[in-house]
Design a protein around this ligand. Structure first.
Ligand SMILES: Nc1ccn([C@@H]2O[C@H](COP(=O)(O)OP(=O)(O)OP(=O)(O)O)[C@@H](O)[C@H]2O)c(=O)n1
Ligand SMILES: C[C@](O)(CO)[C@H](O)COP(=O)(O)O
Length: 239
């Protein structure tokens, strides 16, 4: 069993408060004294069934060696692509995994993964022989925006209205890790590209193959650090 950590993003949304692109991608910003990426990799290494963690970074990355120095069972590939899906696909190609090897894909931007949640996912997938993902049931009432925002001006930001309330029963928010056998993932990526599926996660590619993944209870702690204010929130969880 291996893990792939896509870490080739630029963190544009997290840099929005600065008004300019952050000079350092979010996965290298410090949380509780260590780079976010190091926390994400260490969370995977805590599970001994994961034999190896592959971290996929941008070919122009200048930070990864320092961020991960001294971590065992960890390899870095400079195979990052323009999208998360392309980064994961390139890492999978480079991994040398055989058809039936289990692969867990976990965002560098989710440094708070609890060991218990990781173990729930691995146990459920291995016992059932089916791929799956961590996810949490939606807790809020869900609104769909209309398509007609008011124009923004100096005094007033752009305002939107509700088009409708979407029933939330049965809706889950997808997290990572997402765990599949390497052969399934390879076929899913290849077919999703041909069919033009918008792959924001691995599960959507596998769903398009007609193989429904398992939904395994994730954790609020495992949220994706995406916006500027998320760093403070994650710091608080970690302390
Ligand atoms: N071309 C890309 C884009 C994203 N990722 C990784 O995919 C994960 C989830 O993506 P996200 O949180 O959206 O990160 P960014 O793409 O960096 O963020 P943004 O969309 O705000 O720029 C992150 O670990 C990110 O580094 C990647 O490996 N390759
Ligand atoms: C994979 C993921 O983290 C599941 O929630 C998410 O889809 C990544 O999306 P992003 O748009 O790349 O942040």
């Amino acid at each position: 069993m291996i893990a792939i950590v896509p870490a080739a993003g630029v963190g544009a949304r997290a840099a929005q408060d600065t008004g300019t692109a952050s000079p350092i991608p979010k996965q290298y910003r410090l949380l509780h004294g260590q780079p976010m990426l190091r926390h994400a990799v260490a969370a995977l290494l805590a599970e001994r069934r994961i034999a190896r963690v592959i971290v996929a970074v941008s070919p122009s990355d200048a930070w990864v060696d320092t961020a991960l120095s001294g971590l065992p069972r960890t390899d870095v590939f400079a195979c990052g692509g323009p999208t998360r899906a392309e980064t994961v696909q390139a890492a999978l190609r480079a991994s040398g995994c055989t058809e039936h090897d289990w692969v867990l894909v976990h965002d560098a931007a989710r440094p708070g993964l609890p060991l218990a949640a990781l173990q729930r996912l691995i146990d459920a997938c291995v016992r059932s022989g089916t791929g799956g993902l961590l996810a949490i049931p939606v807790a809020d009432t869900i609104k769909l925006q209309d398509n007609d925002p008011s124009p923004a001006d100096d005094d007033m930001p752009q305002l939107r209205r509700v088009a409708q309330t979407v029933p939330r029963a049965g809706l889950w928010q997808a997290q990572t890790p997402q765990m599949f056998q390497a052969g399934v993932l390879r076929r899913a990526f290849a077919e999703a590209i041909l069919a033009g599926v918008d792959m924001t996660d691995e599960a959507s590619a596998v769903e398009a193959l007609g193989q429904p993944p398992l939904l395994v209870q994730g954790s609020p702690r495992n949220f994706k650090v995406t916006w500027p204010e998320d760093f403070d929130l994650m710091e608080r969880w970690m302390s």
